[in-house]
Structures are given as structure tokens and as C-alpha cells.
Design a protein around this ligand. Structure first.
Ligand code: SF4
Length: 381
């Protein structure tokens, strides 16, 4: 069995950002306390649930995602980590990441979670321009973002990631590049760059209509992506996935499991799991999650056993998100799929259009191909 990743979903936020479509709700102290007890119980119950002995199954990454995990108190983070270490054989050098928002990443919290074993911090910065933060409904300001990086360094974190968002309402290419330069200046080991996606009922969509804000044309969005990647190349970062760059050796070990056919168990409301060819999701509502854990009831919804066809498609689609691409030989030996025989015409078309490249056994998307990844990947589904 490959080393597992453990994901812990923390579904609370101090305010709801105008674009957010994640599983989260407003912070509620009593519910948060009950949630922490429930998630610990869910983790401690995992070995019995899967038929393993406690501490037998090897895990080498833990990821607190949200929501806003930095709203937990340090002893709560420590208690969740101890439950993980009791229930699983967590590697001594495991990557332990916690997502934090700048306004709640206080120095005492960061020091204590560092002592508890968190060794990687992912900060939701999104922009280094104040008007953009306001439009997004973020509650931190630009100085707080820089302050959070300084506090994290002071607390001993030597592995930091910053999230930035591009193609924001009214954002120009140059303004976006200023944010990227602002992030580079702080010297994080890792950066994730996401394009704003406006889901149908997002409050930001309505605010944009009211204020007559628009997103830059598609060509500018492409320019934003390519110019940012060029800037990051020049600053010593290596792009290893469509939306992620890192200094050498600082790629996210946990997130790589999602893109390399790995396995992980998710705990907490709405958390997804992939294990032994099956995929499932916990129910999403936090109060229902807490009640069901306390009553010992099942949390699982949407279980699917992936067919052989779905497994190779997943491996293909997630693998092509990586700069390293996929091994054509491994697709044949692991999944019995001869890509050239099955998709030769499309592969040749993508190659000629400069969207993919082939180097020996590796097939990968070019940077231009990454921009239109969905159109390319659709062919394989
Ligand atoms: S902090 Fe993150 S999870 Fe919370 S509302 Fe904002 S975008 Fe959503």
C-alpha cells in the first residue's frame, strides 16, 4: 500500500468571501468545539472502520484544509495531530500543512502549532492590491499578508506557500504581475496561482453586475498566466503543476498524491477520500456531521468503485496536470491502454498545435496546452 495522505477539513470561516464555493460556514464557537471532538473521534475510529490495527497504516502527509484551519486553537490542532499519530503510523518527517488566513495567523498560534508538528503553512493571500481584496470580500489587508509571512518565519516555518488569484474583476495584466512580484519578494517556498472562477450564484457575480466591473478579455487572461509563469521561472521557481510552482524540492507532497494516482483519507464534513480503487465523500453539513459521529452513524455519501476505465482516465487527467506529464509506457503496463493506438490522431493534432510535447516515453502539456487543459483532457474522457 503506498503511503497515505490524511486530509482534515475545517469548515469554519470568520467571513464568507464573495466568490467562495467551498464547504464552509461562519465561525460558531460551540459548534467548533463539538466539531473538534467529532473529527478526533472519526480519526480514532478509522483503523476499526477499515479493518487495520491502530498505528499500522503508514501516512506521510497531513493537510488541514478549509474553511480556515487557523481558526482552530493550537491545543485543538495538537489534539487532532495526536489522534492521527495514534490511529496511523505517521512518518517522523511527514509533511504537515495547515491552511491559514493572514488575519488569524497570530504569532502565538503559529509558534504553538509549529511545536505540535505543523511544518508547512499555506497562506490565503490572494492579492497584494487592497481594492482587489475588498472586491473579493477578504477581511485581511495587504500589510497583514506580509505580516503573516514575517510571523510564520519568526515562529520557525521554513516551508511556506502563498495562494494568489488572477483574472479578478477590473484587474489588468500589470496589476496581476505586481501581485506576483509582491509574493516573490516575500520569498515563499511554494506558490499556488488560481484563476477566479465565478460559480452561477456567487455574490461576486452580482456585485460585478451592480458595479459594472468586468474581467479582462480571454487573451489577457492567457497573458496573465504565461507572464506570471515567466516571472516565477526567472525568480527560481519551477512549475510542477498547472497552478503550482515551487522552489526545487518544495513541491507539496500531499497535493502530489491527488495528481499521481495516490490514496488519501479525508476527515471532517464534506471531506473526500480515495482508497483501494474507491472514492467517497463525507456528508457536508457540519451539525449533521457532528451528530452522526456522536451517534456512531455512517458519514459516507457518494461512494463509487472506480472501473478500470475510470482509473486510467483519472490517472491520465491528473497526470497531465503535472509538468512532468505521464509515462505512455506506464499507461499501457498499469492500465492496458495503448494511447497511440487509441488516440493517435488527437495526440498528433495536439502536438502540431503546440499544446503537448513528447520526450521519449513522457507525454505532457506545454504551457500553452495548460491554458486550454480542459479542451485537451476532454478527448480522453
Ligand atoms: S476564507 Fe477561503 S473557505 Fe473561507 S470563505 Fe473565504 S475563500 Fe471560502
Amino acid at each position: 500500500m503506498p503511503p497515505l495522505g490524511l486530509y482534515i477539513h475545517v469548515p469554519f470561516c470568520s467571513a464568507i468571501c464573495h466568490y467562495c464555493n467551498f464547504n464552509r460556514g461562519l465561525f460558531d464557537e460551540p459548534l467548533k468545539r463539538r466539531y473538534v471532538e467529532a473529527v478526533i473521534a472519526e480519526i480514532r475510529g478509522a483503523p476499526a472502520r477499515f479493518g487495520w490495527r491502530p498505528g499500522e497504516t503508514f501516512a506521510d502527509s497531513i493537510f488541514f484544509g478549509g474553511g480556515t484551519p487557523s481558526l482552530l486553537e493550537a491545543p485543538e490542532v495538537a489534539a487532532v495531530l495526536s489522534a492521527c499519530r495514534d490511529a496511523f503510523d505517521v512518518a517522523p518527517g511527514a509533511e504537515v500543512t495547515l491552511e491559514a488566513n493572514p488575519e488569524s495567523a497570530t504569532r502565538p498560534l503559529l509558534e504553538r502549532i509549529r511545536e505540535a508538528g505543523v511544518n508547512r503553512l499555506s497562506l490565503g493571500v490572494q492579492s497584494f492590491r487592497q481594492p482587489e481584496l475588498v472586491r473579493l470580500g477578504r477581511i485581511h489587508d495587504v500589510p497583514q499578508a506580509a505580516g503573516a509571512v514575517a510571523r510564520a518565519r519568526g515562529a520557525g516555518f521554513d516551508n511556506l506557500s502563498l495562494d494568489l488569484m488572477m483574472w479578478l474583476p477590473e484587474q489588468t495584466v500589470q496589476q496581476w504581475l505586481d501581485s506576483v512580484a509582491g509574493a516573490i519578494a516575500l520569498g515563499p517556498e511554494h506558490l499556488s496561482l488560481y484563476m477566479l472562477e465565478l460559480y452561477p450564484n456567487a455574490p461576486l457575480r452580482e456585485a460585478m453586475a451592480r458595479a459594472n466591473w468586468s474581467q479582462a478579455p480571454d487573451d489577457d487572461a492567457a497573458d496573465m498566466y504565461e507572464s506570471a509563469m515567466a516571472l516565477l521561472d526567472g525568480a527560481g521557481y519551477r512549475q510542477y503543476e498547472i497552478s503550482n510552482v515551487a522552489q526545487p524540492g518544495r513541491e507539496s507532497r500531499h497535493n502530489l498524491k491527488y495528481w499521481t494516482d495516490g490514496e488519501w483519507i479525508g476527515f471532517g464534513p464534506g471531506a473526500h477520500s480515495t482508497l483501494a480503487g474507491s472514492r467517497w465523500k463525507n456528508l457536508s453539513a457540519t451539525d449533521e456531521y457532528v451528530s452522526r459521529v456522536s451517534e456512531g452513524l455512517a458519514l459516507e455519501t457518494d461512494r463509487r468503485d472506480l472501473s478500470a476505465e475510470e482509473r486510467w482516465q483519472e490517472a491520465m487527467i491528473t497526470g497531465l496536470r503535472l509538468r512532468a506529464g505521464i509515462s505512455v509506457g506506464a499507461m499501457a503496463s498499469t492500465y492496458g491502454v495503448d494511447l497511440d493506438a487509441r488516440f493517435g490522431v488527437d495526440l498528433q493534432r495536439f502536438l502540431e498545435a503546440g499544446l503537448t510535447e513528447r520526450e521519449g516515453d513522457r507525454l505532457r502539456l506545454t504551457r500553452r496546452g495548460m491554458l486550454v487543459a480542459n479542451d485537451v483532457l476532454r478527448v480522453f474522457i
